[in-house]
Each structure stands twice: as structure tokens, then as C-alpha cells.
Design a protein around this ligand. Structure first.
Ligand code: ADP
Ligand code: MG
Length: 684
């Protein structure tokens, strides 16, 4: 049997009747052995069985359309981008299509002839498709074939038809040697399509249902290889699975605290809290990422869990990226917690001398139950009596290095990391690092979506100023964000100092506060408190307010030189408003003509959804360019879109843990073992 399985790994030269030209073509696609070939999956499908009408489109779906073109043109763009623009109809509606870097299309697409278009549809003024597959229909018979045909990435000289033929033959001759590499019990329990069947269906699907099932199978398969590898390693190292202690499970204080709030937790918050209670009670070390969009209420979740750990006899820590944020957290719970008899203290770089000595002593002897701070918590000589839970807020400011530092200090404890925005990097960590993921996928009720507008000329800017004036007179507050603090000739971005005089001019009767990184911490705190207490109408700031700051009465944010910020920063900044009952507004000021900037501004105008923005960010920047993704090897996952498939990632992780717990860390499927070895060859 084993010998036969090895046939799969033989060079493609061993294929029957393969020609030299075909071999060359296959090699140009980096296909070296028979397994590479069998696993060379279609990039798309030409599915004539399921042609959609334009009037039925909903947007954000993958479809096949049958259309005629109304117009085709190559508009002139100042950049080097070459674009072909077309408008098409199927009689029920129109759709706009663009292709990039294929200027010859304008000549070859014939107005009035019938074409099949295959690709992703996006909503817009009209529906839109970018770079769809297209095929001219020559006769009605071709239309009626009713097959789902695979479309592969190939080179110009290697036609779809010849690749399809080779694959068909190879499937017949070799798929019988392909043994199941997912353990049988998992295949059965999760009703996973068998490897051989799935392989047949992914290339030449009988119908849509089989196609979906085969995609699911390979998504699970590729994650399983990855996760089993990582988790087996950890299992044998005894890191996360070992049971260290049990909590008594008291919930008195937590209940009182939640009752004292003037709102109920959302279902999503409850779900995450309950999930983590359960884990804490199991005595398994937690290592978990909490993802939630800006304003989804991550702080309360963290505080509830910290209180829970405290009332069950342990100390808790919450670490924030800035002093402003640490202070905000401290002030938001200090009274409530102390009313419950829980001593809370703030430990930042500003705490010094005698005061600090005393504080460190009280932490060490366990009198302080909850410690809120900045990275001073890790840098300093802080010792705990019995630390039970560490929460790290706004994860993207804390790298893997700092987390490692915590561990190196010998503080092995439960760790919750809360991400600021659903950025791909955190997902990368969730697979390759060592984090599990919880998602708060719901905002508190009554939030109105923030209205966002891109402003690119001075007369609109004047209107914005008038509008802000009106809102300030109604009692609201406003943020202005600038990218830089010092004047710099090289960069045309407006600095705080320069912009200050403009703002003072425009809003001469308003109280304006300034915040930037070079100020002393005490000064920063004071300004922040004044803004919170409505002693200031306007806060002009650098990105120090980017993460976490919570002032629900502030309903307008204006971002100057918005082109200097990436999508996730813009989203994070915008998240400073829309935190209360008031309709909120975000103005993005940018005169830039750069295509990428324009794309970013439009995405911001279009959506408030951080998960969608993370996905667009990934698309604009390409996976490999995002820090951490390339190094992790995740960019070569074929089936998993790391910004989208968090649920699958989670499910597979659970499958692996369940399996390894049962088998004591031994993987009993030798074909899976081989795949894991191949996968980790380079990294181990
Ligand atoms: P983020 O997830 O961005 O850290 P925060 O935890 O700062 O968000 O919460 C944003 C705001 O929403 C805060 O003012 C908080 O009090 C409020 N909030 C949190 N949970 C709820 C809820 N379940 N119902 C109503 N308001 C809530
Ligand atoms: Mg927060």
C-alpha cells in the first residue's frame, strides 16, 4: 500500500503518454510531481448551470452572467495603470466591468455579441465586476452544455482544454492511490467528503453541492495539517493542555457589577464571557485573542473576566498601550470595583519613588487585586502574589516580543489579547502563533453608522467647518487629527503646531485642547480629562488618541492629510466617534490624487465594518506585504482566506485539540504525519 502511495510523489515524467511540450507547460506552472498536479486546483469555474440575472444580484457574490456589451472603452489614466471599462446588460439590468492591464480587450470585445462573465460582483451605483473571466458564446449549443467547467491559472500557450485533458487522465490513473490523510473518526464525525471523491469533485464537479463540499474538505485538510503540527508540538511540550488549578466558580461580585451598569451585555459579549469562564474553570491555561470591531465593547468583557478571577482568589492585570488608555480604564472601573471591596491600582511610568515602592509591595503581598498599567508592568520589577489573568488591550501595539517578555519573566498565566481592529496580522498570529480566537460580532444596540465623507477641495472644507461649528453649538465635541507633530519641509503634512492657528482662527470662540506624543504624561492626562468632562470643545491631536479612547459625547472626527494613514488606522481613528447615542461624522481631508489613496477613501466612505475593511486592506496591500503574514507561511494557504474564515480556523483548532487529547498527542494517520513533516520541513 505504502509503495502505491509513493507513486503520487513521482515526477510528472512518469505520466503515461505525456509529451515533451506538455511537460514543459506543466513545469512552467511549477508542477513537479503527480501530487502537485492533482492538487493544482481550479481558480474559478464556468458554471453554465447557474446563470444569474442582473436584477437578482445582491452584491458581494461570485456569479456567472450572460450579457451583451453596451460600451467598451480605454479611458485615459494619468498613472501607468491601463484600464478597460465596459458596461453590459442581460436585459434585466446593467453592470459595470473593468479590466486592468489588458488594453487589447477594447478591440476584441464586440458590442452586441453574447458573452459569459464569471467573477465576483460588488455593489455600487451599478453592480461592478473587476477582472472577471469572460468567454464569447459562439453558438447556442455551447450554452446548453450545462457543465461546471474548471478554469485554471495557466500560461498563454497552455490552453484550458489541454490542461483539463491531462488532469482528467491523471485523476483516473492516480487518484486511487491517494490515501485518506484526515483521521477516519474526524472524517466521520464532521461528515467530510473523502479525499478521492473531493479531488474528483474539485476538478470536475457534478453539481454545486459537491463542489462546495469538496472546497470545505480541502479547507479543513490544509488547516488540519497546519494546526495538528503546531498543536502536537505544544501538546508534547505540555504548554497549554496541562491542568494547573481549578477555580471555585464564585460569581457574586460579577453579578453585582453587571447589575450596576446601565446597560445589558450584548449577546456577543455574553457568549465570549461564558466561553472564557468555561475555560478558566477547566484549569487549562488560556491563550486567547478577542476580536471585535471598534466600539463593540471589549473593555467590559475584559473587566468582567478580571473581576471573576479576582473573586475566585487571584490577581488580575490589564495592560494598555498608552498611559491615556490605562488611565481611562482605571477611572472607568475604580469606583465600581472599590465599592465591591476590590482594590484597584494604576501602575505606569509616572508612578515613582516612595509611592511606587509601596505599590510594588502591596502588589507582591496580594493586597492589590487588579493592576492597570502600561508596559511599565513588564519592564519594571513587578512581582505578584498569585497572578491569574493578564489582559493585553489593543493588541496591535504590542508585538510578539512583548508577549514573549511576559512569559520569559516566568509569569505563566492566562492571557487574553484584545485586538484593536480585525487586522490580518492578528489572524496570522492566531494560526501560527499560539492564540485561540473569540469574536464579538455585534455592536451595542442603538449605534448609528458613522457618516464618512472624503473632502478634497477648500470650498467643501469650509462647509465642513460650518457644519462642525453648528454641532459644537448643539453641545457636541470634535476631534481633529493631524499626522505629525513638528514642522517638516519635506513632508507636506500639517503638523499640530501649524494646524493649531488655523483651528483657533476658524473656531475663535471655542475651547481647544492639544494632545501630542511629546507632552508630559501628566499634561496629556489633564487634557484628556478636560475633554471627557466637556471643559474642551475641540481636541486637536496626533494619533495618540488612535486606540481605545472613549468619549461618547464627541461625535465628529476630522482627519487631516488622511492619505498618510493606512486603512486600519483610519478605521481605528474613526472609531473614536459613534460611541454614544448621537449621529456621528468622520471627515477625511485629502487632496491626494494617488489611486491607492482614492481607493482607501472610497472604502472608508462605503463601509463601517472593520472586518470588511481588513479584507480590503489585504487586497490593496497584497497579503505578502503585510508584516508577519509572509514570514508565517500563511500566504500560501489556498483555501483559507485569513480575513474571512475565522470560524473554520476555530473549528479545525477544536477538532485538533479534541483529537490530540484522545490520542495523548499521537497522530495515528501516517499520511497526515507525512504532510505535517513536509509542511514544517523548512521551519523546524
Ligand atoms: P472597544 O471594543 O472599542 O474597546 P469599548 O469597550 O471602549 O469599545 O466600548 C465602547 C462604548 O460602548 C463604551 O462607552 C461602553 O461603555 C459601551 N458599551 C459597551 N458594551 C455595551 C453594551 N452592551 N450596551 C451599551 N453600551 C455598551
Ligand atoms: Mg478598547
Amino acid at each position: 500500500m505504502e509503495d502505491n502511495y509513493d507513486l503520487i510523489f513521482k515526477s510528472i515524467e512518469n505520466l503515461d503518454n505525456i509529451t515533451v511540450k506538455e511537460l514543459k507547460n506543466l513545469e512552467s506552472l511549477e508542477i513537479e510531481n503527480i501530487k502537485d498536479l492533482l492538487y493544482y486546483f481550479p481558480r474559478a469555474y464556468d458554471d453554465r448551470t447557474n446563470i444569474k440575472k442582473i436584477e437578482e444580484l445582491r452584491g458581494n457574490e461570485y456569479v456567472v452572467l450572460k450579457v451583451q456589451f453596451l460600451t467598451v472603452s480605454n479611458p485615459f489614466l494619468p498613472s501607468r495603470v491601463k484600464m478597460t471599462k465596459a458596461r453590459a446588460t442581460d436585459g434585466t439590468g446593467v453592470i459595470d466591468v473593468v479590466w486592468f492591464q489588458m488594453p487589447y480587450l477594447a478591440k476584441s470585445l464586440k458590442i452586441g455579441d453574447e458573452y459569459i462573465l464569471i467573477g465576483q460582483v460588488k455593489p455600487g451605483y451599478n453592480f461592478q465586476m473587476t477582472n472577471p473571466e469572460f468567454k464569447k458564446l459562439t453558438n447556442q449549443k455551447e450554452m446548453e452544455k450545462g457543465e461546471i467547467l474548471p478554469i485554471y491559472s495557466t500560461t498563454k500557450n497552455f490552453t484550458q482544454n489541454s490542461l483539463r485533458k491531462i488532469l482528467k487522465k491523471t485523476l483516473i490513473n492516480y487518484s486511487k492511490y491517494l490515501e485518506e490523510n484526515i483521521p477516519d473518526e474526524i472524517v466521520e464525525k464532521y461528515k467530510i467528503l473523502s479525499r478521492r471523491e473531493a479531488l474528483k469533485q474539485i476538478h470536475f464537479p457534478e453539481n454545486k453541492k459537491y463542489l462546495e463540499e469538496s472546497k470545505r474538505r480541502f479547507a479543513i485538510e490544509e488547516l488540519l495539517v497546519l494546526e495538528m503540527g503546531i498543536l502536537q508540538n505544544k501538546y508534547l511540550g505540555g504548554d497549554i493542555f496541562e491542568r494547573k488549578y481549578n477555580l471555585i466558580g464564585n460569581k457574586e461580585l460579577v453579578k453585582k457589577y453587571l447589575k450596576s451598569l446601565n446597560f445589558d451585555l450584548t449577546n456577543a459579549q455574553k457568549k465570549v464571557v461564558t466561553e472564557i469562564y468555561k475555560e478558566l474553570n477547566n484549569g487549562i491555561y488560556i491563550n486567547r485573542l478577542i476580536q471585535g470591531d471598534v466600539g463593540s465593547g471589549k473593555t467590559i468583557v475584559a473587566m468582567t473576566l478580571l473581576l471573576y478571577i479576582v473573586e475566585n482568589g487571584y490577581q488580575g492585570v490589564i495592560m494598555a498601550p498608552t498611559e491615556i488608555l490605562a488611565t481611562q480604564h482605571y477611572l472607568s472601573i475604580k469606583d465600581d470595583f472599590e465599592n465591591l471591596g476590590v482594590r484597584v491600582e494604576l501602575l505606569t511610568g509616572s508612578v515613582k519613588g516612595k509611592k511606587k515602592e509601596k505599590l510594588l509591595e502591596d502588589i507582591k503581598n496580594g493586597e492589590v487585586k487588579l493592576i492597570i498599567g502600561t508596559h511599565a508592568l513588564i519592564e519594571d520589577n513587578v512581582e505578584f502574589k498569585n497572578l491569574g489573568l493578564i489582559v493585553i488591550d489593543e493588541q496591535h501595539r504590542f508585538g510578539v516580543v512583548q508577549r514573549k517578555k511576559l512569559r520569559d519573566k516566568g509569569i505563566l498565566s492566562n492571557l487574553l489579547v484584545m485586538s484593536a481592529t480585525p487586522i490580518p496580522r492578528s489572524l496570522a498570529l492566531s494560526i501560527y502563533g499560539d492564540l485561540d480566537v473569540s469574536i464579538i460580532d455585534e455592536l451595542p444596540p442603538g449605534r448609528k453608522p458613522i457618516k464618512t465623507k472624503w473632502i478634497n477641495n477648500d470650498s467643501d472644507l469650509q462647509k465642513v467647518y460650518d457644519f462642525i461649528e453648528k454641532k459644537l453649538n448643539e453641545g457636541r465635541q470634535a476631534y481633529f487629527i493631524v499626522p505629525l507633530i513638528e514642522d517638516s519641509d519635506k513632508i507636506s503634512a500639517k503638523s499640530v503646531e501649524e494646524y493649531k492657528s488655523e483651528i483657533e482662527n476658524v473656531f475663535s470662540d471655542k475651547r481647544i485642547g492639544i494632545l501630542h506624543g511629546k507632552m508630559k504624561n501628566a499634561e496629556k492626562d489633564q487634557v484628556m480629562q478636560d475633554f471627557k468632562n466637556k471643559k474642551l470643545d475641540i481636541l486637536l491631536s496626533t494619533t495618540v488618541v488612535e486606540v481605545g479612547v472613549n468619549v461618547p459625547n464627541a461625535s465628529i472626527i476630522t482627519i487631516i492629510n488622511a492619505e498618510r494613514f493606512g486603512l486600519s488606522s483610519l478605521h481605528q481613528l474613526r472609531g473614536r466617534v459613534g460611541r454614544g447615542e448621537y449621529q456621528s461624522y468622520c471627515f477625511l481631508i485629502s487632496h491626494s490624487d494617488n489611486d491607492n489613496t482614492k481607493a482607501r477613501m472610497r472604502i472608508m466612505e462605503k463601509t463601517n465594518d472593520g472586518f470588511e475593511i481588513a479584507e480590503e486592506d489585504l487586497r490593496l496591500r497584497k497579503a505578502g506585504e503585510i508584516f508577519g503574514v509572509k514570514q508565517s507561511g500563511i500566504s500560501d494557504l489556498k483555501f483559507i482566506d485569513i480575513t474571512q474564515d475565522v470560524k473554520t480556523i476555530k473549528m479545525v483548532k477544536e477538532i485538533c485539540i479534541e483529537y490530540l487529547n484522545k490520542t495523548n498527542g499521537i497522530i495515528e494517520n501516517k499520511y497526515l504525519i507525512k504532510d505535517i513533516k513536509d509542511k514544517f520541513k523548512e521551519t523546524i
